[in-house]
Design a protein around this ligand. Structure first.
Ligand code: DGT
Ligand code: CA
Ligand code: CA
Ligand code: ZN
Length: 604
C-alpha cells in the first residue's frame, strides 16, 4: 500500500492537536500544523521523494524534526513520538474525538469533568442534560453531537444486566401468557448468574413434547423480533430490535435439572464440574448424568438432585464462576449467602427536593412497603448544580420536615445526605451541619478524570471525616456509559476498615458499584458493605436485587452487610463514633443460622 501525502499530513495534524491538549509550546504546535498544511498541498509524493533520496528539509515548512518523523513513518509505519502522545491521553479521549462535532478540547473537558470515555456515555450525558451544562456547550451543540452519534452507531456486543433482565422478563411473561402449557421457564446463562453484562439471553423451559415447537413459534412471531437465527422444535434463536439475542430451549420435566444446570454455566464451572464427575466415573451432559462403567443415565427434575447425585451440596448460580466453588462445596464451606429478605433498611434514597422524581412521603411509603425497619433520605448537596442539590438552609429545613413526618410512619426515618466529595476531598457541607445528620453517604460526582493517587487520597480524606457513614458508588462507573475512576481499591478498602467507614454496593443496575470482585475483597478485609438502591423514583427500591446479587457473587453472608442490622443495633452503630462502631458491626447477634439458597430469578 502506498503511503499518501494526506495520510502523513493527518498524522501531523493529530500531533498538533495532541500537543495542544498537552499544553505544549505554541511554536511546536504551529510547526506541526504548518507541516501538515504544506504536505497536503505538495505536488509530488513524499514517499517517492524519500525513495529518491531527496532532502525533505529543502521543502519550505518542513524542518529537521518533521523530516525525520516522515522518514520514520515511511520506514516503520509508526511515529514513536505520536504513540507516546496518544499513550499519555486519558482513557477514551480519542474515542470521543472520533465523534464528529467533538474536538480535542471538548473531548478533554468531557473526560475530565464527566469521566465519560465511551460513545454511549456521551449519549447518556446528552439525554440527562449533563453535556449541555458544560461550559461553552449548550443544548444545540449537544443535540448536534447526538445526531452524529446516531448516524455512526454500531452495536457493541454485550448488554448491561438491567436492560437484559427487563427484556428477558418481558419475553418470559409473553411466552407464559400465550403458552399456558409451559410449566417452567427461566433465564439461564449469564443472566441467571447475575453477570454485569449479558452476551445473549438464554431461556430454558419445560413443556409437553408435542407443544414445544409452538413455544418457539410464539417467540419468532413477537413484534420486536428483527431476525430469526434458528427455528427448530427444541431450540429457537432470535435477535430482537434492541440487538439482543434470545436463545430458547425446551425440554421435559423429568430431565429439566440437567438442562437448567448445563445452560446456566458458567462454561468454566461446567468444565470443572465435568472433571470432578469424570474422576467419579460419571459423565455430564444436558440430559443427565451417565455412569461410564454401565452406560446407565440418571435423570433429574431439578438442579438440587443433580448436584446431590454428584455428592455435592447445591451451588447457587451466582457462585458458579469456575474458581473454587466446587472445592468449597466439597468441603462443606459454601457461605449462607445474604438474601433480599435480610435487608432491614435502604440508606440511599432521593426525593424531589434534589433530583429525585417523587415527594418525600412517597419514598417513605415505598420503604415501608419493602418491609424495612429504617430508611435514610439522602438528597444531593448543593455542589451539584445539575442535581438541584440542597443548600445549607434547605437541608436544615428538610431535617425539620423529616422529624415532623416521623410520627406518621411505622418506620424509622433517618436524616441523611448524599454529600459531594469535592476535588480536594473536602465535603460540600460544613462540619456542624453534617454532624446533625444520622447517615452521610459521601460520593464523587465531579473531576472524575483525576489520577489514581489524587482520587485515592481524595476519597480517603472523606473517609477520615467523623460524619461520613458510607462511601457511595465508589468507582462512579456507569455500565457501558462511563469507565470507573482510577483508584487504588486495596488502599481504599483498608482505609475504610481503619476509619470505620462502610462501602456502598450501589444496586442501580447501570452502576453495580462496588462490583463483585471489589465487594469480595471488602468482605475479606472486614469492611461493612451497605446495599443501597440510590432510588430517584419510588418504584426503584426493588432494584436492591441487583445489589444483593453483587453481594452474593462476593460470597457475602448477612453478617457482612451493614443494613441487615436490626434497628436497635443499626442505631447503636451510627451513634458510636468511628472507628469504634466497628465493634458493633463485628459482634453481631442477629445472624440467622440457615439461609434460603433460592435464587430470586428462579422463583416463579
Ligand atoms: P454470555 O451469553 O456471553 O453472557 O454468557 P453465557 O454464560 O450465558 O454463555 P452462552 O450463552 O454462550 O451459553 C450459556 C451456557 O451454556 C453457558 O454458560 C454454559 C453452556 N454452554 C454453552 N456452550 C457450551 C460449551 O461449548 N461447553 C460447555 N461446557 N458449556 C457450554
Ligand atoms: Ca447467554
Ligand atoms: Ca446463548
Ligand atoms: Zn444518589
Amino acid at each position: 500500500m502506498p503511503v499518501t501525502n494526506e495520510e502523513i499530513a493527518e498524522i501531523f495534524e493529530s500531533m498538533a492537536t495532541l500537543l495542544e491538549m498537552k499544553g505544549d509550546t505554541v511554536f511546536k504546535i504551529r510547526a506541526y500544523q504548518r507541516a501538515a498544511r504544506t504536505i497536503s498541498h505538495l505536488s509530488f509524493s513524499l514517499e517517492q521523494a524519500v525513495r529518491d533520496e531527496m532532502d525533505l528539509k529543502k521543502v519550505p515548512g518542513i524542518g529537521k524534526a518533521i523530516s525525520e518523523k516522515t522518514q520514520e513513518y515511511l520506514e516503520t509505519g509508526r511515529i514513536r513520538a505520536y504513540d507516546e502522545l496518544v499513550g499519555d491521553l486519558p482513557d477514551g479521549v480519542l474515542t470521543l474525538m472520533s465523534i464528529p462535532g467533538i474536538g480535542s478540547k471538548t473531548a478533554m473537558l468531557i473526560t475530565q469533568e464527566l469521566g465519560i470515555s465511551t460513545v454511549e456515555g456521551i449519549e447518556k450525558a446528552i439525554h440527562d442534560g449533563a453535556l449541555a451544562a458544560l461550559p461553552r456547550m449548550g443544548q444545540r451543540t449537544a443535540d448536534n453531537i447526538l445526531r452524529h452519534i446516531q448516524s455512526m452507531r454500531t452495536k457493541d456486543g454485550r448488554t448491561p444486566i438491567g436492560q437484559a433482565l427487563a427484556v428477558a422478563e418481558d419475553v418470559v411473561a409473553i411466552l407464559r401468557g400465550e403458552c399456558p402449557y409451559v410449566e417452567q421457564l427461566y433465564p439461564a446463562g449469564s443472566l441467571r448468574r447475575w453477570e454485569e453484562t449479558i452476551g445473549d439471553i438464554d431461556l430454558v423451559g419445560v413443556a409437553p413434547e408435542e407443544c414445544q415447537a409452538a413455544v418457539g413459534d410464539v417467540l419468532v412471531d413477537l413484534p420486536s423480533v428483527q431476525e430469526v437465527l434458528v427455528h427448530g422444535p427444541k431450540k429457537t434463536s432470535v435477535i430482537l430490535e434492541e440487538g439482543i439475542q434470545v436463545d430458547l430451549r425446551l425440554g421435559e420435566a423429568y430431565s429439566f435439572g440437567a438442562m437448567l444446570q448445563y445452560f446456566s454455566g458458567s462454561q468454566q464451572h461446567n468444565i470443572r464440574l465435568r472433571d470432578f464427575a469424570n474422576r467419579k466415573g460419571l459423565s455430564l451432559n444436558e440430559y443427565g448424568i451417565t455412569t461410564l462403567a454401565t452406560g446407565d443415565v440418571a435423570r433429574f427434575p431439578d438442579e438440587e438432585s443433580f448436584y446431590e447425585y454428584l455428592g455435592l451440596p447445591y451451588i447457587v448460580p451466582e457462585l458458579r464462576i469456575g474458581l473454587n466453588e466446587i472445592d468449597a462445596a466439597q468441603a462443606g464451606a459454601l457461605p449462607s449467602l445474604v438474601t433480599e429478605a435480610d435487608l432491614k433498611g435502604d440508606l440511599h434514597l432521593h426525593s424531589e427536593w434534589s433530583d429525585g422524581r417523587d415527594p418525600i412521603e412517597r419514598m417513605i411509603e415505598a420503604a415501608v412497603e419493602q418491609g424495612y425497619q429504617y430508611m435514610a433520605l439522602t438528597d444531593h448537596s448543593s455542589g451539584r448544580g445539575i442535581a438541584n442539590g440542597l443548600s445549607n438552609d434547605r437541608l436544615v429545613e428538610q431535617i425539620g420536615v423529616l422529624r415532623d413526618l416521623q410520627a406518621q410512619y411505622p418506620i424509622t426515618i433517618l436524616c441523611g445526605s448524599e454529600v459531594d466529595i469535592r476535588a480536594d476531598g473536602a465535603l460540600d457541607y460544613p462540619d456542624e451541619l453534617l454532624a446533625e445528620l444520622d447517615v452521610v453517604v459521601a460520593s464523587v460526582h465531579s473531576a472524575m478524570g483525576q489520577d489514581s493517587d489524587t482520587m485515592t487520597a481524595r476519597i480517603m480524606r472523606a473517609m477520615e471525616h467523623p460524619s461520613v457513614t458510607i462511601i457511595g458508588h465508589a468507582s462512579t462507573r456507569l455500565l457501558s456509559h462511563r469507565s470507573p475512576v482510577a483508584f487504588d481499591i486495596e488502599a481504599l478498602l483498608r482505609a475504610a476498615r481503619e476509619t470505620g467507614t462502610a462501602m456502598e454496593i450501589n444496586s442501580a443496575p447501570e452502576r453495580m458499584d462496588l462490583k463483585d470482585t471489589h465487594a469480595h475483597r471488602a468482605r475479606e478485609l472486614g469492611v461493612p458493605l451497605a446495599i443501597n438502591t440510590d432510588s430517584h423514583h419510588f418504584t426503584s427500591l426493588g432494584q436492591r436485587r441487583f445489589g444483593v446479587a453483587i453481594a452474593r457473587r462476593a460470597w457475602c453472608e448477612s453478617r457482612h452487610i451493614l443494613n441487615t442490622l436490626p434497628l436497635d443495633q443499626f442505631l447503636a452503630y451510627i451513634r458510636t463514633p468511628k472507628p469504634h462502631r466497628m465493634e458493633i458491626f463485628e459482634s453481631r447477634t442477629d445472624v440467622p443460622d440457615a439461609t434460603n439458597f433460592a435464587n430470586p430469578l428462579a422463583t416463579p
